[in-house]
Design a protein around this ligand. Structure first.
Ligand code: SAH
Length: 359
């Protein structure tokens, strides 16, 4: 489908040659005029996809309890930075702050920062969170350097560009977006010079890396070790060293689409490589507490009890609440594919990460 961004990409590729998948993904999502996140609020029923906080208030509430407990465990500091990366509509943080307001002192001590590049979503976040006087930042570097940092990111890292490398004729080549006539097509770069083939690499295997994700995880790790605090990153992806696989995915109108079709009009994401994030943060001095399944972590935080309370208060919504609970926690829904990674700047285990939750 021809979109305004499609025409811009065609002109650029014609002038400059094929571009790496990462550059394509970055432009599709973040082009200053036609980028997917720049031009719209993609969440919810009328949008292209739904996320955990949009499924049920219970998700943000459990995250709020997690944050409040992590704050208490660090001696309830009188002032700290509470930052969310990629806050979408602000739903998660609104639910989290409402739940955490039961913990005396937490909300008062928090200075709220939202790391968000999309002007359209910044407006939505203001509507949801204006009462908390949030400030906005473009990147880690803009966050305050004083005081502990408590960070949450849900479905943020999966939206950051990935590079893809393909084994072709025994050499590693980068996957590029090029042209056939007016159509965008995938192709390969010449062999990347100096790149060693991964062990056991088979012809056609695809390897992915997300340099931007690693940079952000590293910067957060450095901040944690300098300022103290915790990071909870929840996303879909893998936590085992994985040989290979093409995980670039396009979603439009709640259905899978071709990533090259309708650039700027579809959401593009890729599986998050949690080990790569953990390594980048650890290298900068943060403590890595590993990865837990979203289902087991929400269970540990008491989501079942919360669902029962909500059902009792609103019996006419019981079915909806039960369905949301299942969707967020069941292994065949979001319970296993979605995972949480916790980091800290100290040796105090973040809530739910001291023990093995069995997933
Ligand atoms: N956390 C929300 C939204 C997830 S969608 C939820 O769970 O519902 C991804 C979010 O990340 C959007 O808010 C998007 O605008 C933001 N985002 C994407 N790339 C970004 C970047 N490079 N810097 C900051 N925010 C970004």
């Amino acid at each position: 489908m021809t979109t305004p961004l499609h025409d811009i990409l065609v002109r650029r590729i014609r002038a400059e040659g094929p571009m790496p998948v990462a550059e394509y993904m970055g432009l599709c999502l973040g082009h200053p005029e036609h980028g997917y996140y720049v031009t719209r609020d993609p969440l919810g029923r009328g949008g292209d996809f739904t996320t955990a906080p949009e499924i049920s208030q219970m998700f943000g509430e459990m995250i709020g309890l997690w944050l409040a407990q992590a704050w208490i465990d660090r001696g309830s500091p009188g002032a700290f930075t509470l930052a969310e990366f990629g806050p979408g509509r602000g739903t998660l943080m609104a639910d989290a702050l409402r739940a955490a307001a039961r913990v005396p002192g937490f909300v008062e001590a928090a200075e709220l920062w939202l790391v968000e590049t999309s002007p359209a979503l910044r407006r939505k976040q203001w509507e949801a969170l204006g009462a908390h006087e949030p400030r906005w930042a473009d990147a880690v570097d803009d966050l305050p350097e004083e005081g502990p940092l408590l960070v949450v990111a849900n479905e943020f890292f999966d939206a950051l560009p990935i590079r893809q490398f393909v084994v072709s004729d025994g050499a590693l080549c980068e996957r590029m977006v090029g042209l056939r006539g007016e159509a965008l097509v995938l192709g390969l770069s010449p062999p990347v010079s100096g790149a060693a083939l991964p062990e056991g690499a088979e012809e056609g295997a695809v390897y992915e890396t997300s340099p931007q994700s690693r940079t952000i995880a590293g910067a957060l790790g450095a901040r944690l070790s300098a300022q103290g605090g915790v990071v909870l990153a929840i996303d879909y992806g893998h936590a085992e060293p994985r040989a290979s696989g093409d995980t670039l995915q396009a979603v439009r109108g709640h259905a899978y689409a071709d990533p090259l079709d309708a650039p700027g009009e579809a959401d593009l994401t890729a599986h998050v490589d949690f080990l790569a994030l953990a390594k980048a943060a650890e290298r900068e001095g943060a403590t890595v507490w590993g990865v837990r399944g979203q289902g087991p972590l929400l269970d540990w935080l008491g989501i079942r009890l919360r669902a029962a309370m909500l059902e009792k208060a609103q019996p006419d919504r019981a079915e909806e609440i039960r369905a949301a609970l299942a969707r967020l926690t069941e292994p065949d829904a979001m319970g296993t594919l979605f995972k949480a990674l916790a980091l800290s700047g100290d040796d105090i285990p973040p809530p739910g990460f001291a023990e093995d939750l069995g997933a």
